[in-house]
Design a protein around this ligand. Sequence first.
Ligand SMILES: Nc1ncnc2c1ncn2[C@@H]1O[C@H](COP(=O)(O)OP(=O)(O)OP(=O)(O)O)[C@@H](O)[C@H]1O
Length: 206
Amino acid sequence: MAPDRRLHIGAVHKAYGRRAVLRGADLTVSAGMLAGVVGENGSGKSTLLRIAVGQLMPDCGSVQRFGALGYCPQQAVVNDTLTVAQHLRLFQVAYRLPRLDHAWELMDLLGFGGERRTRAGELSGGTRQKLNLTLALMHDPPLLVLDEPYQGFDWDTHQRFWQLAGRLRSQGRSVVVVSHLLHDLQHFDTVHHLRDGRLHEEGVPR
Ligand SMILES: Nc1ncnc2c1ncn2[C@@H]1O[C@H](COP(=O)(O)OP(=O)(O)OP(=O)(O)O)[C@@H](O)[C@H]1O
């Protein structure tokens, strides 16, 4: 097996009842790679990512991950009664981080550094998503799995997200992003189109 492999999904099948969503999906992501997963609504992108991170079991097929993982789910999993800073402290303990410097940096980069004391329930939709993304990135893991991470971001933040993704790639991180936006495809090294339950690698528009 290639030593720089960070995620390997092989012949994964998944059905919900009679609805077969994944029918032999394969995906390999190496170090320093920015991979896009695209497809129509309901094609199974979130199902694939949930299987990739171990949140959902496939019916059959294999999933291998190498090293720590950061997962940004499509719906933010936050507690409305806790402030942004309290979320970061909670995850600091979970990730066993000595410091929160990187998290504060990410907050500033995503433009919500002033919201430390705001409760998650009082955040705007876009800012809630910024918190969701920060929680996935703050421990600087080698593999990032991001399900439409920039939903609700304004254009400036959207652009900064892609700068950040490019920086992570150049630092050797592996990043998988579900995207719906045609103009984002140019950022990827590889684009994988989920169609009829399988992933088809397609050329990247430049
Ligand atoms: N827990 C579940 N139980 C039953 N069916 C489900 C469940 N989760 C997803 N599905 C169905 O599986 C299919 C794939 O859903 P999934 O959310 O993976 O698609 P998606 O490509 O991420 O969609 P979108 O682009 O709308 O986010 C859909 O038909 C959906 O209704």
